[in-house]
Design a protein around this ligand. Structure first.
Ligand code: ADP
Ligand code: MG
Length: 261
């Protein structure tokens, strides 16, 4: 096994404008994540989950401690180097999807490639390939508002995959979805895991975390427990794609029946 990321004695302190301490969000966290692992980050509100994800995702730098991502020491990179490296290495999935409403589905998926200077024809092809993985390649010209929540999250997953990252980070990716739709999205993550993707997901839902191989539980800015487990997956369901005229809020959500058993 190879190590995808390794953090050592990571702390993160938020300061007030006057320089006094506002919050010690992380107080010495050590985590190693191996290639192909599917890890849930859990813990009560305020325990430091989002702060840890921001550090892992190189959106924020630790106050102290070390972070090695893909064998490289992130701390010594300039902001410019880091953002380039982050773009090539990590795919992010957010609770609120964070799609750009003015762009088409395909345009949204192309965005990370645009920032990497990939030429238009290649961008288009790679966006289509990524949309195929989440079974939305027939919706390329639609705008996000024409899609259901589950479909929007699948677009966001395609956008995260389009750069062929080594690591997927997801902060409560099913938090804004109803339970059936959330299950469909989790099947997409299961499939990506089966294909060897390394996934780290924040969740407070035990039904979500039981699908993971490992649960890292934070409490008050430190790792309280870090346990490996045998994942439990629910039986797969297959639901027909709704008719094209179905409104985004009709409550009908197609299941991403990828590689159904
Ligand atoms: P969680 O995601 O587990 O709810 P967070 O990482 O968001 O926890 O927060 C951990 C602690 O850090 C909390 O006490 C929170 O108030 C504080 N915190 C988070 N972000 C900031 C920030 N940008 N500025 C100041 N304090 C923050
Ligand atoms: Mg949070």
């Amino acid at each position: 096994m190879s190590t995808v990321l390794s953090i050592r004695s990571v702390t993160k302190t938020y300061y007030k404008p006057d320089g006094s301490v506002m919050a010690q969000a992380l107080r010495g966290v050590n985590v190693d994540i191996e290639k192909g692992e599917y890890v849930a980050i859990m813990g009560s509100s305020g325990s430091g989950k989002s702060t840890l994800m921001n550090v892992l995702g190189c959106l924020d730098r630790p106050t102290t401690g070390e972070y090695f991502l893909g064998g490289k020491n992130v701390a010594t990179m300039s902001d410019e180097e880091l953002s380039l490296y982050r773009g090539r290495t990590i795919g992010f999935i957010f609770q609120a999807f964070n799609l750009i409403p003015e762009l088409t589905i395909e345009g949204n998926v192309e965005v990370p490639l645009f920032y990497q200077g990939v030429p238009p024809a290649e961008r288009r092809q790679r966006a289509l390939d990524a949309l195929k993985i989440v079974q939305l390649d027939h919706r390329t010209g639609h705008r996000p508002k024409e899609l259901s929540g589950g479909q929007m999250q699948r677009v966001a997953i395609a956008r995260a995959l389009v750069t062929t990252p080594v690591l997927l980070l997801a902060d409560e990716p099913t938090g804004n979805l109803d339970s059936a739709t959330g299950q469909a999205i989790l099947q997409v993550f299961d499939d990506l895991h089966d294909q060897g993707m390394t996934i780290v997901m924040v969740t407070h839902d035990p039904k979500v975390s039981e699908r993971c191989q490992r649960i890292v539980r934070l409490a008050d800015g430190v790792v309280e427990t870090d346990v490996r487990q045998t994942p439990t997956r629910p039986v797969r369901t297959r639901v027909a794609e709704p008719a094209p005229q179905a409104t985004p809020d009709s409550g009908v959500e197609p299941v991403a029946a990828i590689a159904s058993a």
